[in-house]
Write a protein that binds this ligand. Structure first.
Ligand SMILES: [Mn+2]
Length: 320
């Protein structure tokens, strides 16, 4: 991977997955800064979400590309290059040059001209750190900080089961190189005023169902308008609901009028995935979602049915 980047003389376009998170942006910034430090011409196109803009320096991220510069090498980070629909920043299906890939998703098909795919790493930035070592780029705080951002966000602040001893070793290394972990944490905790104003609206819809096993809330664009909020503000609410003591299922419903989108988080033997699948959606056992093309009241009836079915399945298979 390092040799491929090192030997390429033309521009290097660095891409990550759609709906970029801290690991996607951290990987792109860390690798871009390292490659620029050794004189490479780097183009990093991405639509950076509002809550991550604090870490981006002016000019280093550009708008999505509409055409490919001549003699380009593409480095695809934190997503499989064989899944071009999920790759954002440029249309990879129209690219015929060399592609390098760094990813930590187990589903990666491992077909690239160069690459490192390691699902044992809880963040892609851990692999990028190894690539930077192999490139021999001198470490700086500006390179270490975005890599720490990826570690921090993909491990839920070093709190998930995916954290390994190597995760802490990598964090220690980045910290030794000056990674600003306190600043990152402080910035990531900041929420815009609209987040709180919308939360106030959403909490007004809160329902504790099934003796508190299910926590449900709803949001629509009237609430959004009153709070001056965007749909991005809604994303973290389902994670807040799942912290309700005694709950096994959090349900966040986005009501778009003619359709609804349901986000589900489950624990304690309940499968969010089963409910999502019953509603025509999908996802993982602890986190899943579905979109229903009907009004809230129609959709709500189906959601309640699917929840009831899953709760009775879960209590039958896991005796209290
Ligand atoms: Mn990741």
């Amino acid at each position: 991977m390092a040799a491929c980047l090192q030997n390429h003389q033309g521009p290097i376009v660095v891409l990550a997955h759609e709906n970029p998170d801290g690991d996607a942006l951290g990987s792109v910034l860390g690798l871009s800064r390292a490659l620029r430090a050794i004189g490479k011409s780097v183009i990093a196109p991405m639509e950076v979400p509002h809550y991550l803009r604090f870490v981006v320096e002016p000019g280093e991220i550009v708008a999505p590309l509409s055409e490919w510069p001549a003699d380009t090498l593409v480095a695809v980070l934190d997503v499989d290059n064989n899944d071009p629909v999920r790759v954002a920043g440029a249309d990879l299906t129209t690219f015929s040059g060399p592609v390098a890939n760094v990813d930590h998703h187990g589903t990666n098909l491992r077909r690239a001209d160069a690459g490192v795919v390691d699902p044992s790493r809880p963040a892609a930035t851990m692999i990028v750190a190894d690539v930077i070592d192999a490139l021999g780029v001198p470490w700086t705080e500006a390179i270490a900080t975005p890599l720490m951002l990826g570690l921090n966000t993909d491990t839920g602040n070093f709190a998930f089961e995916s954290v390994t001893p190597e995760t802490f070793e990598c964090a220690a290394r980045l910290r030794a190189h000056g990674a600003r972990i306190g600043w990152l944490t402080e910035q990531l905790r900041q929420k815009p005023r609209s987040y709180f104003l919308l939360l106030q609206e959403v909490l007004g819809t809160l329902e504790f169902l099934w003796d508190g096993q299910v926590v449900l809330a709803r949001v629509d664009d009237v609430m959004l308008a009153r709070a001056g909020a965007s749909w991005e503000d809604v994303e973290s609410y389902v994670g807040l609901l799942r912290n309700a003591e005694g709950s096994r299922l959090a349900v966040m419903i986005k009501d778009f009028g003619d359709r609804v989108k349901v986000s589900l988080r489950s624990s304690g033997g309940v499968s969010a995935q089963n409910i999502a699948v019953a509603l025509g959606g999908g996802g993982h056992v602890p986190a899943a979602g579905a979109t229903l093309s009907e009004s809230y009241s129609e959709a709500r009836r189906k959601i309640d049915q699917a929840v009831a079915a899953e709760l009775s399945r879960a209590s039958a298979s896991t005796p209290a």
